[in-house]
Design a protein. Structure first.
Length: 506
């Protein structure tokens, strides 16, 4: 049971008094003819005519001044002032408002729009009713109306932990947070529009899967009681989307949730939004061109420009992006040519010789050592949008090899602001080669290694029917949202990020 504060107990007492007077503090019906923005716009379009309106919103500020009272309410369209006067409502009704309504309550008010002597568009209230009583004061319920009509806010909700844990309160008191998630919605809409306009078909694939795959990550496990079968929350859409290519759906995409049972950081959340698409008869170079076009389009739709401000950086997403071969980038930033070191042992020795302060795991595979060099030395230098391309086969089990070079695959990753944004391949469509790579991954990695890919017999069966050559793409939508909205933690672009249980470790 909740333990109520003194202020909450006072509000609970008001609820009892309201009910004793036959007033429902949470009525089932509300009436609204205008949002605050609509009412203000209609009035300002012609201030000579009478504009009647019924508004509804949360009380954000109020003050009593003898025979009149003022309040500001907030709805999804913004804030607007209410004006209560004894002449129209009677003393009892104005006193009732001042006595029984608190900051945070939801109110419905009907009246006529006018402009005050200070120039503020206001609703002159002729009738009102309570829509919902607030028991717990919002963290920022410190709005104070000055004599000149301006509003000053005190003690805004600032704690990142509380804001993420109580997103409902964060949204209620911080308009900029509401704008963040409107922009996020605009981003997803832009991505859909771009792909739809390029003749991609949006599809849905299973979230609960009998076998996980398509990425290097540890899955969440669960159990289906009726089927008596272990299941996994998906870590990728890839293998299901590519099955659709076998079925002659030539351009498919999905925007949805993936789940990876791994660490949390400023750019990682166990549950995140992913965009993946697969394009029959295309390769990674065509996908590269489409990617830069898509991201630039999304930036323009969300921010109005392909050039954005992200922290200290000014990023330009207008095509073409810079292109750097992975081997060359690692050589330039670490001094190590990965092509000269064909085994894990040789590469580890080279790292210790040329970068003695580096600390890779000596038990790492060659692929993991290359990934270490990428993340430690090259990635932090990639500020402007850049494509790294041509990756070692060791860390790309689903990509097609470069012609004449079986150890290098046609893969690229997009980077900006020092972190990975997207990943793409010329996809492997040879079922025999794919089976061999699954077997290699099973042999070379420990059973609990997140880099290990389980052998998916059904996927191989689909490939044996014949899969067209294709290019595949994946991007974390949350990371793109961070860039376009200028947020430096993934928590700030997720409505409900994963958090430790309250009180953990106390």
């Amino acid at each position: 049971m909740a333990e109520y504060t003194t202020l909450e107990k006072i509000r609970l007492q008001k609820i009892e008094e309201l009910r004793a007077e036959g007033i429902d503090p949470y009525p089932a019906r509300a009436e609204r003819t205008h949002t605050s923005a609509q009412a203000a716009a209609e009035f300002e379009s012609d201030e000579t005519r009478e504009v009647k309106a019924t508004l509804a919103g949360r009380i954000r500020a109020s003050r009593a001044m003898g025979k009149v009272s003022f309040a500001h309410i907030e709805d999804g369209g913004g804030k607007i002032q209410l004006f209560f006067r004894i002449n129209e409502l009677g003393k009892d009704r104005v006193d009732f408002f001042n006595r029984m309504f608190d900051l945070g309550d939801f109110i419905q008010a009907s009246g006529v729009m006018f402009r005050t002597k200070t120039g503020e568009v206001t609703l002159h209230v002729h009738d009102f009713k309570l829509l919902a009583k607030s028991i717990t004061p919002l963290p920022a319920d410190k709005d104070v109306i000055q004599e000149d009509g301006t509003v000053i806010r005190y003690a805004a909700l600032e704690s990142p932990e509380i804001r993420a844990r109580q997103r409902y309160a964060d949204l209620a008191v911080n308009p900029d947070v509401r704008e963040t998630f409107r922009k996020r919605a605009a981003l997803i809409k832009a991505l859909r529009t771009f792909l739809d306009d390029h003749e991609f078909l949006e599809v849905e694939t299973p979230i609960l899967q009998p076998l996980y795959g398509g990425a290097a990550a540890r899955p969440f496990e669960t159990h289906h009681n009726e089927l008596e079968q272990d299941m996994y929350l998906r870590i990728s859409f890839e293998l299901y989307l590519k099955r659709l290519l076998v079925g002659n759906l030539e351009r498919v995409y999905e925007i949805g949730r993936d789940f990876r049972n791994e660490g949390v950081s400023f750019k990682h959340n166990p549950e995140f939004t992913q965009l993946e698409f697969y394009w029959a008869y295309a390769d990674y170079l065509q996908v590269m061109e489409l990617t830069e076009q898509m991201v630039a389009y999304a930036a323009e739709q969300v921010t109005g420009s392909s050039k954005i401000k992200y922290g200290e950086y000014e990023l330009e997403f207008k095509p073409p992006w810079k292109r750097v071969e992975l081997r060359v980038g690692i050589l330039e930033t670490s001094g190590i040519d990965i092509a000269e070191h064909k085994t894990a042992e040789a590469l580890f020795k080279a790292i210790k010789e040329r970068q003695p302060k580096a600390a890779p795991d000596p038990k790492s595979t060659r692929g993991k050592l290359i990934d270490f060099l990428l993340s430690e030395f090259l990635e932090p230098t990639l500020i402007q949008p850049t494509f790294l391309y041509n990756y070692p086969r060791d860390i790309s089990p689903l990509a097609k090899s470069l012609p004449g070079d079986p150890l290098t695959v046609e893969r690229f990753e997009g980077y900006t602001a020092g972190f990975e944004l997207c990943n793409a391949f010329t996809e492997l469509n040879d079922p025999l080669d794919q089976e061999q790579r699954f077997l290699e991954m099973g042999r070379d990695y420990e059973a609990d290694d997140e880099q290990k890919h389980p052998l998916d017999e059904d996927y191989l069966r689909a490939m044996r029917y014949g899969m067209p050559p294709n290019g595949g793409f994946g991007m974390g939508v949350d990371r793109l949202a961070m860039l376009l909205i200028n947020k430096h933690s993934i928590r700030d672009v997720l409505l409900f990020p994963a958090l430790r249980k309250e009180g953990f470790g106390e």
